[in-house]
Design a protein around this ligand. Structure first.
Ligand SMILES: Nc1nc2c(c(=O)[nH]1)N[C@H]1C(S)=C(S)[C@@H](COP(=O)(O)O)O[C@H]1N2
Ligand SMILES: [Mo]
Length: 556
């Protein structure tokens, strides 16, 4: 007796296609549910966030070096490509047995669920987008897979109960020839075709309407989900806040702070050009009306501040250059802005730091953490709880409503955006986000300098040429910058003015006589403690890059 219960199989390409469509339905519905509940719980974002959190230092460094500011886009695109391949695979599994495909879909739902649930800021409802999405995807898969099956006569339509006709010549279960293009395969099979149908032909129109319906459902659900997520954005709240007046305005910038050379980084980086580095795939949307900052841990009086409380404090302005520890020698992850905020030290003093505490563990609304030495925050430098940047309420992507700005430390140990919590603690008791991922617990900024012009790798014309750039050694200050061409003697660069030790400093060598040929230009800076930049190259991990920036130019 032949008890073969395998249903007839459709074409492999059709199975892969419906797998992808079912996958799209799963993600679209997942997005819709996420839009209703929490945009960050969308399956792709949840998996992406989980991937980001599991990224070790070396990989993060590589991603930032390779993809720069597009690293998030690349990650999301990578996840989508992998998901498309997996979905196609699920379609092929469903072609063998429907249950294989739907089970596979549910397994991916569970992965999405686990990813959503593993977020530090997740709630129990965050598993729903993945669960409902996977359910919808499995359902779509089980419906669509039937449309890839060969058409059969009435009475054989319940293909789950399909049995191959009895021997004598036990025929193969009708399987699409792998090499055939679409319909009209020529392999022989059981004579159970719909009258008039060609052997192994399936209802192509049925398949295509099913696919089209799936695509429409996925697209509509996905768009609706995004639209719903948009209602949670805080652009309106932000626009309604009037820029408060500083109690202590910054002194006007010295006249010579900006040399105003074409292609030289301007002294103040406009907000729209300011680099952005964070682990958030969806920019946190924090409503200032409900924002609070808790200060607790090793303090005498735990404090909880509202946004209104913060605005009532005397606000001060400071020009501070931020630098990312991931910035390689010559890299772009450094920018300078005028920040407005409340003094962090005053707020901490209100709480009363207990002796023995040496770490401020700050946490953002999305659960990222940052460890700052207490003595740095308290030593009188312009460490701020900042609410504005360059005369504008903080942009959402730069930490609205409130972020930390602390001169002299790399961003990962100082510059918490969307900050909601500061725990006063000890380095031997707590660990911040990047520490277990291979970055140093403490991160004072290393003295660095960068050549902005001429551009590395460019071709320039012979004759008198300016060489210019920026140098930084926050909270120590830059005292000298030297340049040499083709390993010749070091030449002092002219330094621009600075408002203080916490910003970068522009420099220029005005009178290089560029002669035809290839030339190497190198730069090194000396900070106000008298230390000159080491020539020894170190990569960004674990505690910041070192070495001289060196460029090659062709002179014609
Ligand atoms: N909430 C949060 N804050 C964060 C980060 C982050 O991942 N999440 N990254 C830090 C790092 S590594 C840097 S360099 C600075 C960058 O600030 P910016 O994006 O405003 O330039 O933010 C810091 N603050
Ligand atoms: Mo950073």
């Amino acid at each position: 007796m032949n008890t073969n219960q395998t249903p007839p199989r459709g074409h492999a390409w059709a199975a892969a296609l419906i797998g992808v469509v079912a996958g799209a339905v799963a993600l679209g519905i997942g997005q819709l549910v996420a839009g209703l509940l929490n945009p960050k719980a969308s399956p792709v974002i949840a998996v992406g966030d989980a991937a980001v959190d599991r990224t070790p230092a070396a990989l993060k460094e590589w991603a930032i070096r390779t993809f720069g500011a597009n690293d998030k886009l690349v990650l999301i695109s990578g996840i989508v490509v992998v998901l498309v391949l997996i979905a196609a695979g699920l379609g092929l599994l469903a072609r063998r047995r429907v249950g294989f495909g739907t089970t596979g879909m549910m397994i991916f739902g569970i992965i999405g669920m686990a990813a959503a649930f593993s977020r530090p800021d997740s709630g129990p409802l965050d598993v729903l987008p993945s669960v409902v999405g996977a359910g919808a995807g499995a359902w779509a898969l089980s419906i669509l897979v039937r449309r890839t099956w060969p058409a059969v006569e009435p009475g054989y339509e319940d293909l789950r109960r399909y049995r191959a006709p009895e021997p004598p010549e036990a025929p193969q279960p009708p399987e699409a020839p792998e090499d055939s293009e679409g319909v009209g395969g020529t392999v022989e099979g059981p004579a159970v075709m719909r009258p008039g149908a060609r052997p192994y032909e399936f209802d192509r129109r049925g398949l295509l309407t099913g696919v089209a319906a799936g695509v429409v459902v996925a697209g509509a659900a996905g768009l609706a989900g995004r639209g719903l997520a948009g209602r949670l954005n805080v652009d309106t709240e932000r626009a309604q806040i009037a820029l408060p007046r500083p109690a202590t305005p910054a002194k006007p910038l010295p006249a010579g702070a900006d040399l105003r050379l074409r292609d030289l980084s301007p002294f103040t980086t406009p907000n729209r050009d300011f680099y952005r580095v964070d682990t958030a795939l969806v920019v946190p949307q924090v409503d200032p009306k409900t924002w609070t900052l808790k200060i607790h841990g090793m303090v005498d009086r735990p404090v909880e501040l509202t946004y209104a409380d913060l605005l009532k404090r005397p606000l001060m302005e400071a020009d501070v250059t931020l630098t990312c520890v991931s910035n390689d020698v010559g890299g772009p992850y450094v920018g300078n802005a005028r920040w407005l905020g409340a003094r962090l030290a005053d707020v901490l003093r209100d709480a009363g730091i207990r002796s023995g505490a040496d770490m401020l563990l700050s946490t953002s609304s999305d659960g990222w953490t940052c460890g700052t030495p207490v003595d740095v925050a308290m030593d009188g430098r312009d460490a701020l709880l900042a609410i504005a940047m360059n005369g504008e309420i903080l942009p959402v992507s730069h930490g609205f409503p409130v972020r930390q700005v602390i001169p002299g430390l790399y961003g990962y140990v100082s510059a918490t955006k969307w900050v909601t919590d500061i725990k006063v603690t000890r380095f031997d008791q707590d660990e911040a986000y990047w520490t277990p991922r291979g970055w140093a617990p403490k991160g004072p900024i290393k003295t660095e300098s960068r050549i902005d012009l001429p551009r590395g790798g460019s071709t320039i014309t012979a004759g008198r040429t300016a060489i210019a750039g920026v140098a930084w050694a926050q909270h120590r200050g830059i005292d000298a910058v030297e340049v040499r061409v083709d390993k010749g003697s070091w030449q002092q660069a002219r330094l621009a003015e600075v408002p203080g030790p916490d910003t970068w400093r522009q420099w220029v060598v005005d009178d290089w006589q560029a002669t035809p040929g290839k030339h190497t230009i190198e730069v090194r800076a000396t900070d106000a403690t008298g230390q000159t930049q080491t020539p020894d190259y170190a990569p960004p991990a674990p505690d910041g890059a070192s070495g001289w920036h060196s460029i090659l130019v062709v002179v014609k």
